[in-house]
Design a protein around this ligand. Structure first.
Ligand code: TTP
Length: 647
């Protein structure tokens, strides 16, 4: 549900940084000979050459899109290089990309509060850094402005042909500018510098938006890709939002956006401006009404959360069409694999970051061949998370069985047997959420880990033995138990504990400051891209196409692995779409209290971690208009906001 937070009266400088064709860049770093060539990353599935999940900008020029299969991509671009996603346990293994994302985060977090929003995007609050720069080293005093800064796109700036760079330089160095514009200019200089550091240290390019709030920064970051940044001065906000379709706004992609269109005839953000706040409140409630009124004016008080570690861990796999799982034994086999991976990631999170997850959730998508109740979805189920692979596997299977019983509307044991009773599971995932700092007393466990190789099977086994029985499942499904032995006395000193914490990818603040002040980059990332290979284009026209192509069309049959935001959406197979429905029998008295979710008990933070389609579904149960779908990344905003500047 959107939350209307007032914007602070003091101007903030917020940036949204989004990696360019991220998985492709990661693969190109591994195989540098692919740099600058049309390349796409495909899901390992061999059907029609696999599903494309990331497409290089060089390939996009030929019309290759994420929605295509490998074979189709080869037709439109015969020279394309298709790289397979790494596979582990029979499914996509995203660790390579996840770790690459962490490298970038550790660099971007050097200058201010940093929120890792997904595997490849972060928000930065650079207000303090910008204020410091403005008071100590304002742009108008700079001897030279970096090329990367001069390549910024400043919305609303006069863009006389041939004078773009001069105009941008003038905008950055105006001594007469308003304080908030000067702050934005400082923020943009800092972001350009950070982007260059990312490029130097990781070889990855990224694009950024710089604005006074998260919403505007996010809208701007996709406007000029790849390897460029866009600044949104306050005076340009109205122009940016005016013709933007309402459904492109964050949280208006779903039911709320639909209602605005059908009930109020609102199609663009400027249409929304005609409605007084009271009217919107009357229709959608006080909070949502105010939120709508605010966002139509570019007002958003959302804060950048200081979080560089994922909010949850999730592993899932799709089983489209004929691959659907029809036996409990098959489900169990896959659940075991998914839980094993989840358990490994939980263990390394505990060792590296001293964090403990508290909630295990199982989500699935399923069909039944005799279903007339097309509304009945496979319910998601949660329980307190117990550490140890075997325990997670056991609990996940119980959650699945309970959910299947609810789904089938029958408690009869034969419906859960191994014979096919007309049900099939087309997607399965497990996630661990409510991740909090490990409670005092886990020091000895951590020390135990430090003396072992975390990934060795013996350490895993021992770890399970240490803690697996410490937190029995709660029959009520309450989320209070951590799964760790909280009675363990704290034996580690604060200094030692801190040392463990620093085992993550973040540098300490002093090191970070030294590193960044030593950095005197004068290179231009875009220049590098243009110079290195012939095919990189940055024309405005292409920018619009690129942005449109970036709208994610989920490939079918893809697996996903999530951190904070689920990366890969589930897609219904044609077989599932065509299922004929039949009445289901009443099974309410057979519901087992132990695993049943009561809607009002659902922890909203858990919902955010689910695959997008399931999020929508769960929110639908909660309240029809409670929260609409978030807008997908890579919005095609350039199609609606006509930039006046040509390159
Ligand atoms: P995006 O940021 O949406 O796209 P991108 O980085 O590939 O390209 P762009 O430059 O337009 O931002 O997604 C980041 C990565 O997440 C992407 O490289 C691959 C993965 N991903 C999927 O696997 N499936 C999907 O449906 C989407 C949207 C992304």
């Amino acid at each position: 549900m959107p939350v209307a937070r007032p914007e602070p009266s003091d101007a903030r400088v917020i940036s949204h940084v989004d990696m360019d064709c991220f998985y492709v860049q990661v693969e190109q770093r591994k195989q540098p000979e692919l740099r600058g060539l049309p390349t796409a990353v495909v899901q390992y599935n061999s059907w029609q050459g696999g599903g494309l999940i990331a497409v290089s900008y060089e390939a996009r020029k030929y019309g290759v899109k994420r929605s295509m299969r490998g074979d189709e991509a080869k037709k439109v671009c015969p020279q394309i290089h298709l790289v397979q996603v790494p596979v582990a346990r029979g499914k996509a293994d995203l660790n390579l990309y996840r770790n690459a994302g962490s490298e970038v985060v550790s660099i971007l977090s050097r200058k201010g509060r940093c929120e890792r929003a997904s595997i490849d995007e972060v928000y930065l609050d650079l207000t303090d850094a910008a204020e410091t720069m403005l008071s100590e080293n304002p742009p108008e005093m700079l001897e030279a402005v970096d090329d990367e800064v001069l390549k910024s796109h400043v919305l609303g700036l006069d863009e006389d042909e041939g004078k773009e760079v001069e105009n941008v330089r003038e905008w950055f160095c105006r001594s007469s500018a308003e304080h908030r514009d000067k702050l934005l200019a400082c923020g943009a200089i800092i972001v350009a510098d950070l982007r260059m550091q990312v490029f130097k240290e990781t070889q990855f390019t990224c694009s950024a938006g710089i604005a006074h709030n998260k919403m505007l920064a996010k809208l701007a970051s996709g406007m000029n890709k790849p390897a460029q940044q866009t600044v949104v001065p306050l005076s340009s906000v109205e122009g940016l939002l005016a013709s933007l379709p309402i459904k492109k706004m964050k949280q208006l992609g779903g039911k709320l956006g639909n209602s605005l269109q059908s009930d109020l005839g609102v199609n663009t953000v400027s249409d929304l401006l005609q409605f007084p706040e009271e009217k919107l409140q009357e229709r959608y409630g006080i909070n949502t009404g105010t939120w709508l009124w605010n966002i139509s004016r570019g007002i958003s008080g959302d804060e950048v959360e200081g979080r560089i570690l994922p909010k949850s861990h999730g592993c899932g796999k799709n089983f489209p069409g004929p691959q659907a799982l029809r036996k409990i034994t098959s489900v169990q086999r896959w659940l075991n694999d998914l839980c094993e991976e989840l358990s490994e990631r939980l263990q390394s999170d505990l060792v590296q970051n001293k964090r403990v997850a508290h909630t295990l959730t199982l989500h699935a998508r399923a069909y039944k061949s005799n279903d007339s109740d097309s509304q009945r979805k496979f319910p998601s189920k949660s329980c307190p998370l117990r550490y140890g692979t075997a325990k997670i596997q056991e609990d996940a299977l119980k959650l699945f069985n309970s959910a299947l019983r609810d789904f089938l509307g029958s408690h009869r044991s034969e419906t859960l047997g191994n014979q096919n009773n007309g049900w099939g599971v087309t997607a399965l995932s497990v996630s661990a959420s409510k991740i909090l700092a490990a409670p005092p007393g886990t020091g000895s466990i951590l020390r135990f880990f430090h003396s072992c190789e975390p990934s060795s099977s013996s350490s895993k086994q021992n770890f399970s033995e240490i803690i697996q029985d410490s937190a029995p499942l709660s029959p009520s499904g309450s989320l209070s138990s951590s799964g760790l032995n909280q009675a363990e006395p704290q034996k580690r000193s604060t200094a030692e504990e801190t040392q463990i914490n620093c085992g993550t990818s973040t540098l300490n603040q002093d090191e970070q400051k030294r590193e960044s002040s030593n950095y005197k980059g004068r290179c231009s990332i875009l220049g590098f891209l243009k110079g290195s290979k012939p095919s990189c284009s940055s024309s405005k026209h292409e920018g619009a196409e690129i942005a449109q192509e970036a709208l994610p069309v989920p490939p079918s049959g893809i697996d996903y692995c999530t951190e904070h935001n689920p990366g890969l959406p589930l897609k219904r197979s044609p077989e599932e779409e065509n299922i004929v429905s039949q009445p289901s029998s009443d099974h309410s008295q057979q519901r087992r209290e132990m695993w049943t979710y009561r809607v009002d008990e659902i922890d909203p933070s858990v919902i955010d971690e689910l695959p997008p389609e399931i999020q929508e579904e769960v929110r639908g149960w909660l309240r029809p208009l409670k929260r609409a779908n978030p807008v997908k990344r890579g919005s095609s905003i350039t199609n609606y906001y006509l930039p006046s500047r040509k390159k």
